[in-house]
Structures are given as C-alpha cells and as structure tokens.
Design a protein around this ligand. Structure first.
Ligand code: C5P
Length: 293
C-alpha cells in the first residue's frame, strides 16, 4: 500500500477589500493572498476501503465535518477511486485564526490524492473541485502570492520581487468568519482602496512602500466585536506603527517586516512591553516568512 506526506501552509491576506454582496449570500472580494512558512503536515496511507482521520490536535473533529475527509470523499466519488485512505493531521496552524488552515488542508489533500492515485487532474480542475469545499480552497491549490477575486474562486498567481518576513501574533481568540461577514453591511468601506497599488509595489519589490498599502475591510469589524483583539492590535501598533494588519477575518495579526532581524527586534520590544504591562492574553508570537508557489 502506498503513502505520501505533504506540508499544508497557512496564508495571510496582504489586502482584502469587500466590493459587494452576491446573490448566493457570499461576498465579492478583491484580495491578495500569500502562503507563509507556518504549516501543518498531513500523512496519507492507502488502505483497502473507507476514509479515516487521526490528529494530534485535541479539539479537532475527525468525522465527516473535517474538510480533509470531505476533500478525500470528493476525489473518491468524482474519479471513482475504489481504494481507501488513512490520514494523520499534524496541526500547527491555529484554528479560527484567519490563516486558512482548514482550507489549506483540503487543498493539500486534493493535490496529494491526485499524486498518490495518479489521477492526472490539472491544477485548474483541482481548484474548481476545491471551490465546492470552501472559498479559500482554490487559492491553496496554487499557493505563493495571488490576486483572488469573486467569492475566492478566481485566482491570478503573481510573481513578486521581495521576500518579506512577518511577525505573527496568534491571540487565543476564535473568530468565526461568518460572524464577521454578517456584521459587514453596517461598516462597508468606501471603494477608496485599490488593489493595483499594492500589486505594483510587490512587483517592484519595495517592502517599505508595500506596507503603506496593506488593507483589510474586515479589520474594523473584528476589532469592534472582539475588545480583547483590539487590545492586542493596539499594543502591536504601539510597537510598530507601520505594517500591522489583521489576517482575513482574524484573530491573527501580522506585521510585515523587511528582514528576520527586524522581526526579532520587534518581538523583543513586544516581550519587554508585555512584561511591563503584565498582559496575559496576548497570544503566541511567531516569526514566519513568505513562501513562493
Ligand atoms: O466558504 P467558507 O465556508 O470558507 O466561508 C465561511 C463563511 O464566510 C461563509 O459562510 C460566509 O458567511 C463567509 N464568506 C463570505 N464571502 C466570501 C467568503 C466567505 O460571505 N467570499
């Protein structure tokens, strides 16, 4: 019986503008997605029949509600695969953190099974299948940096010319994406943010200028609904006035830096501020970097 182990990276959003509401209830987006070095690992072992999941995360369901079960089931049904599968998910990406962990796991499963079972499915077809599982899944089929539009199903991969490092703060706050979108209509941003500006700077490779164009329409809503998150955000802004942004619907917040050294200096500054303020709910501080496609 064959086996395969793959990495499943997290994403951050460097730009996220909600441009309208769709007839299907979802929202129309214009977003820049970026895969980063923080990742889960998934092991796949072929079995005679059925699909089973195990994980090292205590709060993760391993039944049909798990997106990797749904991804494996979708491939098996669509391509009439008779063999079964055992999967083990090593979870490192925080759940409910706006880092796309579940969607990334689903995309990694589609790609891994395409390889394991020699199905010869194109990336575009995998992305179309992935859209059935979640809005962010098509992006993770390609990875790297991409302009994402529609509900998330339109993905234009981008070749950027800089290699930012990021300080990532993962507060212990679970933010359900649906909750943020449901509150959006009250705070819809005016269409004064243009994705082309940040794309130009990413392609020119100017990290300092790119930082000036970071934007997330969901940020004011999340900060308003979750006061603990707002307090973390304020402390980050004090330590670094430039380059701070909520990822997706939160709760993770990142700071775009130009080097690992800058990330370290910022982390040290934060740690010493935290010692003074005795703030306990700040969350995990990680150093991550962009990964290309
Ligand atoms: O597609 P997915 O299940 O990942 O989306 C989670 C929730 O986020 C949806 O139920 C919807 O409320 C919201 N959403 C949205 N517009 C998008 C993506 C997600 O309204 N483009």
């Amino acid at each position: 019986m064959q086996g395969l182990t793959v990495r499943s990276p997290a994403k951050i959003n460097l730009f996220l503008n909600v441009t309208g509401k769709r007839p299907d209830g979802y929202h129309e987006l214009e977003s820049i997605f970026q895969t980063v070095s923080l990742s889960d690992t998934i092991e796949f072992k072929e079995t005679r029949r059925g699909i089973s999941i195990a994980t090292d995360h205590p709060n993760l369901l391993t039944d049909r509600s798990n997106l990797i079960y749904q991804a494996a089931d979708l491939i098996k049904r669509t391509y009439r695969v008779k063999q079964g599968l055992r999967m083990f998910l090593h979870k490192r990406i925080p759940i409910g953190g706006g880092l796309g962990g579940g969607s990334s796991n689903a995309a990694a499963t589609l790609k891994a099974l395409n390889q394991l079972w020699h199905l010869g499915i194109s990336l575009d077809e995998l992305a179309r299948l992935g859209a059935q599982l979640g809005s962010d899944v098509p992006f993770f089929i390609y990875g790297g940096t991409a302009l994402v539009k529609g509900r998330g199903e339109i993905v234009f991969p981008l070749q950027i010319n800089c290699q930012p490092h990021y300080l990532l703060v993962c507060p212990d706050i679970l933010v359900p994406t649906k909750n943020i979108y449901q509150n959006l209509k009250k705070y819809l941003t005016k269409p004064s943010y243009y994705v082309s500006e940040i794309i130009n700077e990413l392609i020119r490779g100017d990290i300092n200028k790119t930082r000036g164009f970071l934007h997330n329409s969901l940020e004011p809503i999340a900060l308003r609904l979750y006061p603990k998150l707002k307090s973390v955000y304020k402390q980050l802004k004090e330590a670094s006035p430039e380059g701070v942004l909520l990822s997706g619907s939160g709760s993770s917040i990142f700071v775009m830096c130009s080097s690992k050294k800058e990330v370290k200096q910022l982390a040290n500054r934060l740690h010493s501020n935290l010692l003074k303020s005795k703030e306990k709910s700040f969350g995990k501080i990680l150093s991550i970097k962009y990964i290309p496609a």
